[in-house]
Design a protein around this ligand. Structure first.
Ligand SMILES: [Zn+2]
Length: 72
């Protein structure tokens, strides 16, 4: 018998809203408002959200991240 119980903390990113901004780094219109959560997981299943929710803006093309809303 093989049991695999794993505990862990995982970060979950959720796109929030539908507004898309232009990235100041790569100029792509691909910057989304992201809510970044930490969750306590059991067997890779998120159970309890813990920690603070971080809100940030992230470019899906180049990975540019900022906590403030882009100007354009
Ligand atoms: Zn970018």
């Amino acid at each position: 018998m093989f049991f695999c119980f794993t505990f862990g903390l995982e970060r979950y990113k959720r796109k929030s809203g539908h507004h898309v901004w232009h990235c100041p780094n790569c100029q792509a219109k691909d910057v989304y408002y992201i809510k970044n959560n930490e969750c306590f997981t059991f067997c890779f299943v998120p159970l309890v959200p813990c920690g603070s929710t971080k809100k940030l803006y992230e470019c899906q093309t180049c990975g540019w991240v900022n906590v403030q809303q882009p100007n354009f």
